[in-house]
Design a protein around this ligand. Sequence first.
Ligand SMILES: NC(=O)c1ccc[n+]([C@@H]2O[C@H](COP(=O)([O-])OP(=O)(O)OC[C@H]3O[C@@H](n4cnc5c(N)ncnc54)[C@H](OP(=O)(O)O)[C@@H]3O)[C@@H](O)[C@H]2O)c1
Length: 523
Amino acid sequence: MRIATADLIRELDRRTIEEVGIPGAVLMENAGRGATRVLTEHFPNLDQGPVVVVCGGGNNGGDGFVIARYLYEAGIESEVFLLTAPDRIGGDARVYFDALDGMNIPILLLKDEGLSEDVLSRWRSASCIVDAIFGTGLARPVEGLYREAIEAIEATGRPVFAVDLPSGICADTGRVLGTAVRAECTATFGLPKRGLYLYPGADHAGRIACVDIGIPERLLDELDIREEILDPFPLFGRLHRAPDTHKGTYGHLFVLSGSVGKTGAACLCSESALRCGAGLVTLGTPVTLNPVMEQKLTEVMTMPLPAGKDETLSAAGLEAIQEFASSVEGLAIGPGMGVNEETEEIVRSLWVDFDRPMVWDADALTLLGRNPDLRGKHSADIVVTPHPGEMGRLLDKPAAWVQQNRVEAVRSFAEQWGVVTVLKGARTLTAAPDGRLCINLTGNPGMAAGGMGDVLTGMVGAFLVQGMEAYDAASFAVWLHGAAGDLAAQTYGPIGFLASEVMRSLPLVFREWMEEMECSPSD
Ligand SMILES: NC(=O)c1ccc[n+]([C@@H]2O[C@H](COP(=O)([O-])OP(=O)(O)OC[C@H]3O[C@@H](n4cnc5c(N)ncnc54)[C@H](OP(=O)(O)O)[C@@H]3O)[C@@H](O)[C@H]2O)c1
């Protein structure tokens, strides 16, 4: 599903109005009518008190006027409140403000009256409050009467229905600009806005319903929209298995991972690759740890490599690594690998010389961050999977900055370094150097636990060696990782399930989706 920023939706509205010739008032009518349908479907008890419609002075308020008219026509009692002076209402919103007047539907002007006790008590007795104060036009932190109104809506405890966006949420970043409404349901127009899916905006939006307001499909295609919520169906389809295939068909992944105290990372990463269908997986690990790995792993092959400082991989093994790597379809590097001069030498060499798909995580990313001269020097398709701390080290910014600017952070690294970048965390983002961006909606807070990232790395590696393009491999692995985490939470409970349990849930997610697609892997 494609998603939009405020600028993009403005451009779509403009072209629909100016190039296609559909008047803005028609779009607003469509928006208000569609939103009323969502409102009445989502809130079946609108007869238990008036619907309070709170309007701002822009087009979002205009949508509110249209909703009020449709409620009136449907015989649903409503009360309309306006937060600005009527003479400031212009454009399409004016048409529908005047229409309410023409139908003798009263509008209470709060600019003069303020939020009196009478107003607040009417809001408190509402069956639902329609928030039509700000949409994509919110341009600065909310203050004054607007702030008071939003806080008063929140204080009523009544269910809130947001028009296009919960007022106070930035359409592009999901940030709260001063204060914001918390909606039970949001009807958004044309395309869902990006900020509805990013925290904290996602927490304020409630259920999201997208209303078609008549923007022609052709315009959506022409604008080459590059932001999306992943539809995993086509990628599941790519895992289709013909009956006359063998393990060699599904690729061989070489995993470089493991150090003292971090053998689990190596095992989780390698086994997860098998759980995602890689034909063969070989774990390259320090020779001193090989007996441990042999004990822990059954289906994964191991390749003992020279151990160096702190029993991490030694640079003396570089030639063997390069030779073996040249025989496989892809490489996963980094989980529990250790950070020292020897592993740094290995990392530098593989970044520059290895020409097959790779996924980089954890210690490999820390080492990459210490070597900014490597930028632009790779030839392979690379996926990097930093968490916010690692992303911060790569960008030389604090992790808190990354969390405040997640889209900017992931995009800038992907573009500057020319690699597909996965910024982990609630609503994991995947960005490609060409500007594509995917927001992931699967997963749950139970997954905030050690080992989950190692599982993801192996999963990305598995899809790379099965021939998926780096962006598809990364965004699909992220989706599937969250879906397996959701299944683990359902099976074991919301807290305390392990990364290995997420890994073991993977085949069950495949089965569920294959069944849903009404095909089996060998159909
Ligand atoms: N084609 C269409 O007409 C169409 C179609 C469908 C939906 N819509 C609706 O139109 C909305 C966008 O309309 P819009 O561009 O007019 O923007 P808006 O979201 O309605 O907000 C713009 C209004 O809010 C004011 N404003 C912005 N930030 C403020 C703040 N922090 N404090 C106080 N006032 C503030 C602006 O005043 P200033 O001018 O002083 O900044 C302006 O009056 C969409 O979200 C959607 O709901 C429009």
